[in-house]
Unconditional design. Structure first.
Length: 93
């Protein structure tokens, strides 16, 4: 039977000014699904998680602290620059 195991667990901390993850064609190679959990206790500005859609547009995903986003790992995604504060995310693949 097939199993699904945790391949990667990462803590990402972006302190302003931070470029975020600017590559709109970034994806999580080698994984099946990705879970991003927004952490931290302070406010930040920017740092919006976006996915690239088949028509070339971007969908912005608003997250509050404690929210998780689950998506297929081959989905192109990026994060806009953090312009104020600190953005902390736990990434599980």
């Amino acid at each position: 039977e097939g199993t699904c195991n945790l391949r990667v667990a990462e803590f990402h901390r972006h302190t302003s000014p931070s470029e975020g993850l600017p590559d709109p064609h970034h994806y999580d190679m080698g994984s099946l699904v990705t879970i991003d959990v927004l952490l931290g206790d302070g406010p930040f500005e920017g740092g919006c998680f976006k996915t690239l859609e088949p028509d070339g547009s971007f969908t912005e995903h608003s997250l509050a602290v404690g929210d998780a986003l689950l998506f297929v790992s081959h989905k192109y995604h990026c994060v806009s620059p953090v312009t104020a504060g600190v953005r902390e995310v736990l990434v599980l693949e």
